[in-house]
Ligand binder design. Structure first.
Ligand code: HEM
Length: 216
C-alpha cells in the first residue's frame, strides 16, 4: 500500500504529497518513542550510576531543558507547516505539547522531591524569595490548563473559540520559561540567549503573519 496520498493540496497553490493516515500513525509512533529518549537516558543513567557527582542537579537541569525544548518544538509546528505546506505536521503538535508538560512534571517533581524533600514551607519561601523559581512556577501553572484541555472532547466542551483563546497561554508560558532560565544563569548567558532568540523568531513569525492577515 502506498504511504503517500497525493490528492491533498497544500501550500501556495502547490500540490504537496501528504503521508497517508497509516504513515502518519507510524511517524507519530516513532516520534513518540524518540521523545522518551531523555527520560530513558536519565533512568538508565541512574540505574547504572552514570549521572556523575551531582545526579539531582543533572536530573533537574535535563528535565528543565527538555521542557523548554518541547515548548519551542510545539511552537515551531505552525511556522513549519505553513512554510513547507506539510499540513499534516499539525497532527504532531498535541504530542509535543504533552511531552513538554510531561517533562515539566518531572522537572517540578525533581525540585519538590529531590531538592526540597516535600517541605511545603521551604517551597513557599523559595517561591517568594527567588524570582526564577516564582516565574518557573508561573510557567508551570499556565501549562496545566493547556494539558487538561488538550483532548478533542475538551475542545468540544469549551468551544473552539474559547479553546484557541486559552491556548494562547502557550506564548506567555514560553516567555516565562525563557526568563526562568535567563534568571537562574549566573555567568554565561549564551544558552538562555539562544532559547530567547529562537522564541523571538517563533513569536515574530506569528506577529508578522497576524499583521499580514489584518492588512486588506
Ligand atoms: C514548576 C516550577 C519550576 C521550578 C520549581 C523550577 C526549578 C528549577 C531549578 C531549581 C532549576 C535549576 C537551577 C540551577 O541548577 O541552578 C531549573 C532549571 C531549569 N528550568 Fe526550571 N523550574 C520550574 C519550571 C520550569 C519550566 C515550566 C520550564 C520550561 C518552560 C523550565 C525550564 C528550566 C530550564 C531550561 C532550566 C535550566 C537547565 C540547565 O541549566 O541546563 N523550568 N528549574
Amino acid at each position: 500500500m502506498s504511504t503517500v496520498d497525493t490528492s491533498s493540496i497544500a501550500g501556495r497553490g502547490r500540490a504537496i504529497a501528504s503521508p497517508s493516515p497509516r504513515a502518519i500513525a507510524l511517524i507519530k509512533a516513532v516520534i513518540f518513542v524518540l521523545c522518551l529518549g531523555p527520560l530513558v537516558r536519565l533512568v538508565g543513567g541512574a540505574a547504572l550510576d552514570l549521572l556523575g557527582v551531582n545526579p539531582v542537579e543533572l536530573i533537574r537541569r535535563s528535565t528543565g531543558t527538555w521542557t523548554l525544548v518541547f515548548v519551542l518544538v510545539t511552537l515551531s509546528v505552525t511556522p513549519l507547516r505553513r512554510l513547507t505546506g506539510w499540513h499534516w505536521l499539525a497532527r504532531l503538535r498535541r504530542m509535543f505539547g504533552l511531552y513538554a508538560f510531561f517533562y515539566a512534571v518531572l522537572h517540578l517533581t525533581s525540585y519538590v522531591w529531590l531538592e526540597q524533600f516535600f517541605d511545603v514551607a521551604a517551597i513557599v519561601k523559595d517561591i517568594i524569595k527567588r524570582p526564577f523559581i516564582t516565574i518557573g512556577f508561573a510557567a508551570f501553572a499556565m501549562m496545566v490548563p493547556l494539558a487538561v484541555t488538550s483532548t478533542d472532547k475538551m475542545v468540544r466542551r469549551i468551544g473552539a473559540k474559547n479553546w484557541i483563546a486559552l491556548h494562547r497561554l502557550v506564548y506567555a508560558l514560553a516567555i516565562c520559561g525563557v526568563v526562568h532560565y535567563w534568571w537562574l544563569v549566573k555567568r554565561d548567558i549564551t544558552k538562555p540567549a539562544i532559547y530567547a532568540l529562537a522564541l523571538a523568531m517563533l513569536l515574530g513569525y506569528r506577529a508578522v503573519s497576524a499583521a499580514r492577515k489584518r492588512t486588506p
